[in-house]
Write a protein that binds this ligand. Structure first.
Ligand code: ADP
Ligand code: MG
Length: 288
């Protein structure tokens, strides 16, 4: 569904006279193929190019070299831009910056209204979208009193009302408390499983990437790792080179294993950890 072919993008900084002060190659020859219905987490240190990558998926930015295709449509072709933007919606970091209307209903209607969706269809789209994120009952209320997690769910509904095939979450949980983070991640997984929406989840929290189908790791504008969570998190030393850490429980199990404890190669959750301990105990390997 999404195809990057040697895509590159540079930001050019200029001083007041317009002289070039510096060039950042924020996307550096990226080639990657994301299939329809995949749940892909994107990890990388600050400034590694994650947001620039995300903005190429919905045509907010277009590559200076190479190509990006969404559903076969070349994002560099201006005639495709409206379609590309409608296909891939974005949920950003700050919930407050994304709320613009007086009622939740109006807020969710904003995107599709701009797309020219007829008002007869609008009501249904808004209701469906709010239903899917569990906020239909709040429809006529003001968004201002909602929690951070609820505000992000309103933002998700706004994207859903445009009937996207793909939703990109650009650190959409970064400003939320743990409960809010769980709400947003649960919504992302549900939309992926129930509605087959392709999810690109950019996050700083390793634990949020554990349940993805696939993880991409970015460093200096390049995709440097691409694999399942188990493949990626079984390489804590390589991740450290990119200023990333594995989830706490994974690190703990990894250290135990290095110290000679009977642990499988990569533990991703507390449940897996408990199971490994239980199995080792049953096999009598913990009695020494
Ligand atoms: P991330 O989302 O992983 O933090 P970004 O894609 O935002 O990374 O940024 C990648 C690089 O491009 C960084 O070095 C950043 O400083 C630079 N950059 C991002 N946006 C701009 C901009 N508008 N102008 C100049 N440089 C930018
Ligand atoms: Mg970013």
């Amino acid at each position: 569904m999404i195809k990057f072919e040697n895509a590159a993008f540079e930001y050019i900084r200029r001083d007041e006279e317009g002289n070039v002060e510096g060039i950042t190659r924020a996307l550096d020859n990226v080639s990657v193929h994301i299939r329809r219905g995949e749940f892909v987490a994107v990890l990388g240190a600050n400034g590694s190019g994650k947001s620039t990558f995300a903005k190429h998926i919905n045509g907010l930015l277009t590559p200076e070299e190479g190509k990006v295709y969404v559903n076969g449509l070349d994002t560099s072709d201006e005639n495709n831009l409206l379609k590309v933007r409608q296909m891939a919606g974005m949920v950003f970091q700050n919930p407050d910056n994304q709320i613009i209307a007086q009622t939740i209903e109006e807020d969710v209607a904003f995107g599709p209204e701009n797309m020219g969706v007829p008002s007869a269809e609008m009501q249904q789209r808004v209701d469906e979208a709010l239903e899917r994120v569990g906020l239909l009952a709040e429809k006529y209320n003001s968004p201002n009193r909602l929690s951070g997690g609820q505000k992000q769910r309103v933002a998700i509904a706004g994207v859903l009302a445009m009937k996207p095939e793909c939703i990109i979450f650009d650190e959409s949980t970064a400003m939320l408390d743990p409960a809010g983070r769980r709400e947003v991640i649960a919504s992302a997984h549900e939309l992926n499983k129930k509605n087959g929406i392709t999810i690109i989840l950019i996050t700083h929290y390793m634990s949020e990437a554990v349940d993805a189908d696939r993880i991409l790791v970015m460093n200096h504008g390049k995709i440097v790792m691409d694999g399942t969570p188990r493949e990626i998190f079984s390489k804590p030393e390589e991740l450290k080179e990119y200023k990333l850490e594995v989830p706490g429980i994974t690190e703990f199990a990894y250290r135990l294993r290095k110290a000679g404890a009977p642990m499988p190669a990569c533990i991703l959750s507390e449940d897996e950890f408990m199971e490994a301990i239980y199995n080792a105990g049953k096999a009598g390997r913990l009695n020494r």
